[in-house]
Design a protein around this ligand. Sequence first.
Ligand code: HEC
Length: 107
Amino acid sequence: MKMVKIIAATLLVTGAVSFASAATADVNFKRCIACHGTKAEKVPPGGTIASATLTAAEIKKTLRSYKTDKTYGGKMKATMQIQVKPFSEEDLDALADYIFTNFHIAK
Ligand code: HEC
């Protein structure tokens, strides 16, 4: 019986977390605006590309790579490694979906 309660509690918590990351992507994106623009339309200082021109899959791969692969990125990669630190990989996916859904500019 105790086991059932623990599993139920775990499911509840996991569900709540994934819901929270989708709902807070717009809040999390506010951290990106200074360098990437209000619609991710700017090339960040020292960067080479505007995030709004990327697909959701490309943004996900990029953000996850900045988090997990210290060698990934251009000459300003250290800047992005700091930016992605507070976020889980699920938060980063939600951010990528948010940017693509709201701001995508076809190339
Ligand atoms: C302090 C400025 C700064 C902030 C804040 C910042 N970025 Fe960046 N971002 C950069 C720079 C500079 C690069 C290029 C890094 C490189 O050389 O690899 C970059 C690269 C990227 C890239 C890869 C390609 C491109 O330029 O689009 C993505 C995607 C990205 N950032 C998303 C984000 C997201 C999402 C946030 C908010 C959580 C964020 N950034 C916050 C400066 C910033």
